[in-house]
Ligand binder design. Structure first.
Ligand SMILES: [Fe+2]
Ligand SMILES: [Fe+2]
Length: 218
């Protein structure tokens, strides 16, 4: 079972587009095919750099790719819907029950402000999801309507998850437009994500670090 096999399914592409359409109509940030691919690629690379095996890399990519597809049904319950859709899509390709279960539980436990990783694949999804912060994801136009999540995205010009294999550190490096969001205020808005990212890194036997505009904050 590989992500490439699932990507051949046009139904998944349609559902991802629909999920993004629903998110945009709700004024939420982008949750479509771009976010799906970024999370899949980031999760796979993270697992590879930390020395996990091929199956963990592939399952992290699959879970990252499908974790938000449930937005096409409902924002608040998208994790449950995404998990069930992942079960459906993986079963169509005769995925092993153990692998399907790993992906389902990883998807079901991502997101929200305080996600708790339930395993290594779950940790990879949490980290890759939270690391995808970028102003291109913003959909609201009037800053008056921005919540903290929107403000973080509006001010972030680039983000990348950097792994140091030797020191076993996972560093989120962000470039922030300080004219839109002073670094101190940005850090305050980012703080609610830190606990989950630290726990996720710890699940991968690593430490989490945060670097904003070349300055290490954590
Ligand atoms: Fe989500
Ligand atoms: Fe997401």
């Amino acid at each position: 079972m590989s992500l490439a096999e699932l990507q051949e399914n046009p139904q998944i592409q349609t559902y991802l587009d629909k999920a993004n359409e629903c998110a945009c109509l709700l004024g939420c940030i982008e949750h479509g095919a771009r976010h799906a691919k970024v999370c899949a690629d980031t999760g796979r690379a993270l697992m590879a750099k930390l020395g996990y095996g091929g199956i963990d890399m592939e399952l992290s990519a699959i879970a990252g790719f499908l974790h938000d597809i449930g937005w096409l049904v409902n924002k608040d319950h998208h994790r449950m819907v995404s998990a069930h859709l992942a079960h459906q899509f993986m079963s169509m390709k005769e995925g092993q029950p153990e692998n399907v279960a790993t992906v389902m539980s990883a998807i079901g436990n991502h997101g929200g402000l305080h996600p708790q990783p339930v395993g290594t694949v779950s940790a990879a999804v949490i980290l890759s999801d939270f690391a995808d912060i970028h102003q291109s994801r913003l959909r609201k136009e009037n800053p008056v309507d921005f919540d903290d999540k929107d403000k973080l995205h509006a001010a972030t010009q680039s983000s990348s998850l950097v792994v140091d294999q030797r020191q076993r550190t996972i560093t989120l490096e962000l470039d922030v437009d300080e004219s839109r969001f002073p670094v101190n205020a940005y850090f305050q808005a980012f703080l609610p994500r830190v606990g989950a990212m630290r726990t996720a890194a710890s699940t991968l036997n690593s430490s989490f670090r945060l670097v904003v505009n070349k300055s290490r904050l954590l």
